[in-house]
Design a protein around this ligand. Structure first.
Ligand SMILES: Nc1ncnc2c1ncn2[C@@H]1O[C@H](COP(=O)(O)OP(=O)(O)O)[C@@H](O)[C@H]1O
Ligand SMILES: [Mg+2]
Length: 278
């Protein structure tokens, strides 16, 4: 069963002089097991959109359901793991253990069941158990982000929802998070992420939703996204587009540096062969 948004509109400061239409007439369906990227400029409505999924915000009109249930239900809150933009703001316990255990305990799991989930989540983010006694606020930004992610994973969510999870992290911190997300997706968890970082995420995204001024301006596969004009492209796709505009017959559906290298070498040898046959 999916997350379904039907004709959603959401306003901040409704009926005041400061009224802002953050989302308008948004229709979206996200299936279990998908890896979806939510893109758009600052202020486009991305963070607002994902807060509708688990009832943190309620739409002013339209309807949201998660597996057929209301987002405000406790059941839904346990099926959706959320990692917010500033992971440090999400942390509030004295130890990493307490931090990761908070969700399961709050949902009424026993100490023993909770401990199992903490160990499992810790492993998923590639931390060892010495981490558990650490003070979350003594950690680096990347480590805090992984603790926040582990806290969400301890719920064993069907949907993992993240807001800019690798923004501001160093390369190794980014890689750890991306590797974990890929692993979760391979295990069947839907991963829905807001991101500006196309370079890091593009190889993983199966579907892209682009928001512009509170409306969905594009929705489709990576391949379709690459064919769309006036969208932010990852560096590798910009390069491929540039090569094509110069008449090089490279395949446009290229998502990683490795694929680009292979494709350029293929086209190069093809051109050399044609020239030698002339
Ligand atoms: N708490 C708030 N109060 C008033 N306006 C807000 C609030 N949060 C966001 N907005 C406005 O709603 C719009 C969408 O914001 P947001 O969902 O945060 O966008 P994004 O995450 O894409 O940057 C923007 O115009 C923003 O200024
Ligand atoms: Mg945001």
């Amino acid at each position: 069963m999916p997350i379904i948004l039907e004709n959603i509109s959401f306003f901040y400061s409704r009926n005041t002089p400061l009224e802002t239409a953050a989302l308008q007439n948004v229709n979206l369906r996200i299936e279990k097991g998908e890896f979806v990227g939510i893109l758009g400029e600052k202020g486009a409505g991305k963070s607002t959109l994902i807060k509708l999924f688990n009832g943190l915000l309620c739409p002013d009109s339209g309807k949201v359901t998660v597996d057929g249930l209301a987002p405000s239900s406790k059941e839904v809150k346990s099926r959706i793991g959320m990692v917010f933009q500033q992971a440090a703001d999400q942390l509030f316990c004295r130890t990493v253990y307490e931090e990761i255990a908070f969700g399961p305990l709050n949902f009424g799991y026993s100490r023993k069941e909770t401990e199992e989930r903490v160990f499992e989540a810790l492993e998923a983010v590639s931390f060892d158990r010495t981490m558990l006694s650490r003070d979350p606020f003594s950690l680096s930004g990347g480590e805090m982000q992984r603790v926040a992610l582990a806290g969400a994973l301890a719920l064993r969510p069907d949907y993992l929802v993240l807001d800019e999870p690798i923004t501001g992290l160093d390369p190794s911190g980014k890689k750890e998070i991306l590797d974990t997300l890929k692993k979760m997706k391979d295990q069947g968890t839907a991963v829905i992420t807001v991101t500006h970082n196309l370079k890091g995420f593009f190889p993983l995204l199966e579907r892209i939703v682009l928001l512009r001024e509170g409306r969905i301006s594009f929705e489709g596969s990576r391949e379709e996204y690459l064919e769309t004009e006036n969208v932010l492209l990852p560096p590798i796709a910009s390069m491929i587009r540039e090569l094509r505009s110069r008449g090089m017959p490279v395949n446009p559906a290229i998502f990683t540096v490795e694929e680009a290298l292979k494709e350029i070498l293929r086209v190069k040898s093809m051109i050399e062969k044609e020239n030698s046959e002339k």
